[in-house]
Ligand binder design. Structure first.
Ligand code: NAD
Length: 358
């Protein structure tokens, strides 16, 4: 029996997660042995326990095969001290589970090609997977801080550091991912300026010998940022450091123009994963039944593929989402002329109907 921890969180989190849970019920009805329980995280957890990540939630997460998260945060908790802000709950889960590999797909559904700010001929058919290192690099490197120099001027400093084993383990995830897709991996670095990423490039190149079926290329990060808007379809899988991945994955997501459509996965060495939409808690539309639940539903598909060894069921969910878009159903964020506007629950029900119909 595989265990899933469901963490609705704040804002639109509970609304979109409720639709994803409908899909989980369908998965169970297909005969996959799964069970799930709900837990508290973020502002909702703070309100009830005084902590955005109660000890119990972390224990539940560690004991689960996968975590499905809605979103955390909102204006209500912004005045709080940073140590207990909702976002700390997310960071605590990432570090507590050692989720070092962040997988962020940027897919443009052909039905939504008009939603991108780029020309449809540049982005239609876009399907990129960005593999970002999530627990190392400059965001965690020591020493760090702000110090006062002898002349009284202050100086801020951070450290970009990666060990060979850290590079190798994210590299393996990326090569395996490329192998399951179109077999092309682009490693993004700044090896012309940063020694740390010179090592990154070297380790990736050595690792490539184990994956003769994957074609490895290298690109400097500034060029990658340009190529993503110039000719994004040249990419299949991109692997990069924590900070470069932070920036490039948001850039790639925006190419699709539909923040409500994109899922993500964060994995550890044991294959445990946390799955969540890339968007936040959207306080501006929370409680109104307007949120797009598709990113969360597609997060369930990623969970089936990466943590629950059920890629066929994952494919069926992705196809069902495609069929619902073909039917012309749209939540307000992806609304187009001539389409039918639906709310959160109606969209979830339509996906379920498409699953049952197949
Ligand atoms: P956001 O992603 O919540 O919202 C940005 C815009 O996109 C808003 O206009 C919102 O209405 C819209 N949007 C987002 N998801 C949508 C969906 N599923 N359907 C329809 N429209 C959607 O980003 P923000 O406004 O910068 O942040 C709001 C809160 O969320 C903040 O407290 C922030 O810290 C938090 N946040 C959480 C996460 C997370 O939980 N992983 C990520 C980002 C931001």
């Amino acid at each position: 029996m595989k265990k899933i921890l469901v963490l609705p969180g704040d804002g639109i989190g509970p609304e979109i997660v409720a639709e994803a849970v409908k899909v989980l019920s369908w998965v169970r009805d297909q005969g996959l042995a799964i069970e799930w329980e709900e837990g508290l995280v973020g502002g909702a957890a703070y309100d009830e326990t005084g902590s955005p990540l109660p000890e119990e939630t972390l224990e539940q997460a560690k004991a689960a095969d996968a975590v499905l998260l809605g979103a955390v945060g909102g204006p209500k908790w912004e005045p709080l001290d940073i140590s207990v802000r909702p976002e700390k709950g997310l960071l605590g889960l990432r570090s507590g589970l050692n989720l070092f590999a962040n997988l962020r797909p940027a897919i443009l559904y052909p039905q939504l090609a008009e939603a991108s700010t780029l020309k449809p001929e540049v982005v239609s058919g876009l399907d990129i997977m960005i593999v970002r290192e999530l627990t190392g690099g400059i965001y965690f490197g020591q020493p760090r801080g702000v110090r006062t120099l002898e002349n009284g001027e202050r100086e801020g400093f951070n450290t970009l550091v990666y060990s060979e084993s850290e590079i190798e383990r994210i590299g393996r995830v990326a090569f395996e991912t490329a192998r399951r897709r179109n077999g092309r991996l682009c490693s993004v670095d700044k090896a012309n300026v940063l020694e740390c990423t010179e090592l990154w490039r070297e380790v990736m190149t050595v690792l490539a010998a184990n994956y003769p079926d994957v074609e490895l290329s290298h690109m400097y990060v500034d060029n990658a940022a340009m190529q993503l808007v110039r000719a994004p379809r040249q990419f299949d899988v991109i692997v990069t450091t924590n900070m470069f991945g932070d920036i490039l994955s948001d850039e790639a997501a925006m190419l699709t123009g539909s923040i409500g459509m994109l899922p993500s996965a964060s994995l550890n060495e044991k294959g445990q994963g946390m799955y969540e939409p890339i968007h936040g808690s959207a306080p501006d539309i929370a409680g109104k039944g307007l949120a797009n639940p598709l990113a969360t539903i597609l997060s369930v598909a990623m969970m089936l593929r990466h943590s629950l060894e059920a890629p066929k069921l994952a494919g069926r969910i992705e196809q069902a989402v495609g069929r619902v878009l073909d039917q012309g159903l749209r939540t307000p964020d992806i609304m187009q002329a001539g389409a039918k506007e639906v709310g959160t629950a109606e969209m979830g029900d339509a996906v379920l109907a498409a699953l049952l119909d197949n």
